[in-house]
Design a protein around this ligand. Structure first.
Ligand code: PMP
Length: 407
């Protein structure tokens, strides 16, 4: 991995913020896109902007090819068996809502149990809460260990003959915990339950093989993996998607429409009513090419190097609390500095040109578990460097000194 070459592909990183070079440590919220992604999208708009699956004219055919090739690209990227198993959505949130509204609606009955963890992003809690309310079902939580991990024996312990769905994140956007999805899927299936996985923080940073994991549903977003906003993916096993009802109706998703009755077209377009995100799918496809060119394993190795480097240096700062496991963590670090509110900290870092996230990170139940109302988070990707981390640590120390200095 040649970091200098990589950084040239991200012109956005080459700017000053408040007079300092930008250090972008907020990839977990949204990653930056390389020129290859932006170029692929502008090429679409400049050369073949057209609707898909409709006309027979040249531009329309080219747009349809681009859109469907993007689907094939995603299929290969996560090793889904069939391209019909790849549904384009607005993002992870929309994908999880689709599963809850369609699969959940048909498969959850009164008294059934839906198992989630306390580390979930709101996107993987609230749709299940609402489903549980509609169906008079029960949400059951896998408890967290002190270090922010979950134990497989506790997954096993919460399963009952009423468990129908296990909804769990692959990587926590707060703790950096990497959950053992393959084992959790095996436990779920042994109890005749289905597993749906929030992959928003995993797919961008490690190779994911949905067949090897044997998951039933898997959701992720383009904008966290070098791609554009407004597009994400729901992977679902074909035999499950096939039986599911659409949650949106209209153009493209129909087979035959009469005045009072209609039928639906085949997978996956059955779930993609209306004009889809064409430029965004083409951008996502270019993002996958970019990741594949470097190699997902190489990206993971580099990020692990960065996060270890940052973790060791941050741990030395007096009064810092770092959340989540010390070992085997993804490339993000959530923390608090004694005596400095995370929002003040993020503002001070911003004045040094450093972008970090502060707040509850859309995980309020987890904040409650940690006993805080908010935290700060630095997250890393293939375009960050150790020099940037050094500058970040230095800025953290100066900020702490400023806020806790007794005048
Ligand atoms: N799950 C996790 C773990 C996330 O980090 C995020 C984004 N912060 C989401 C779900 C939601 O993703 P999106 O906003 O792209 O739908």
């Amino acid at each position: 991995m040649d970091i200098n070459t990589i950084r040239k592909d991200f012109p956005i990183l080459n700017q000053k913020v408040h007079g300092n070079p930008l250090i972008y440590l907020d990839t977990s919220a949204t990653s930056q896109s390389p020129v290859q992604v932006v170029d692929a999208m502008s090429e679409y708009y400049n050369e073949y902007n057209s609707n898909v699956h409709r006309g027979v004219h040249t531009l329309g055919t080219k747009a349809t090819d681009g859109y469907e090739q993007a689907r094939m690209k995603v299929r290969g990227f996560i090793n889904a068996l069939r391209y019909e198993e790849i549904v384009f959505t607005r993002g992870t949130t929309a994908a999880i809502n689709l599963v809850a509204r369609s699969f959940g609606e048909a498969n959850i009955s009164e008294g059934d149990e839906i198992v989630v963890t306390e580390m979930e992003h709101h996107a993987n809690i609230v749709p299940w809460q609402e489903l549980a309310k509609r169906k008079n079902a029960k949400l059951v939580f896998i408890p967290l260990e002190e270090d922010g991990t979950i134990k497989l024996e506790n997954v096993e312990a919460v399963m009952t003959d009423k468990t129908k769905i296990v909804a769990v994140t692959h990587v926590s956007n707060v703790l950096g915990t990497i959950n053992d999805i393959k084992s959790i899927a095996e436990i779920a299936h042994r109890h005749d339950a289905y597993i749906t996985v929030d992959g928003a923080q995993s797919v961008p940073h490690m190779s994911v093989d949905v067949q090897d994991l044997d998951v039933d549903f898997y959701a992720f977003s383009g904008h966290k993996m070098l791609g554009p906003t407004g597009i994400g993916v729901l992977y679902g096993k074909a035999e499950l998607l096939d039986k599911m009802e659409p949650i949106e109706y209209g153009g493209d998703m129909i087979d035959f429409v009469d005045l009072r009755e209609s039928t639906w077209t085949d997978l996956p377009v059955k779930f993609e009513a209306g004009t889809p995100m064409i430029a965004e799918a083409i951008g996502l496809s270019a993002a996958i090419d970019y990741i594949n060119d470097i190699g997902a394993d190489e990206i993971l190795r580099y990020e692990q190097e960065l996060v270890k480097y940052a973790y060791d240096k941050m741990s030395e700062i007096e009064g810092i609390e770092i959340y989540g496991p010390k070992e085997e963590r993804a490339g993000l670090i959530t923390f608090n500095l004694d005596g400095v509110h995370p929002h003040d900290l993020a503002t001070a870092l911003d004045s040094d040109g450093i972008a970090v996230r502060a707040g509850h990170h859309c995980a309020q139940p987890l904040m409650k578990f940690l006993g805080v109302s908010s935290t700060a988070r630095a997250s890393f990707y293939l375009y960050n460097t150790k020099d940037e981390i050094d500058f970040f640590i230095d800025s953290l120390k100066r900020t702490k000194e400023f806020f806790t200095h007794e005048f």
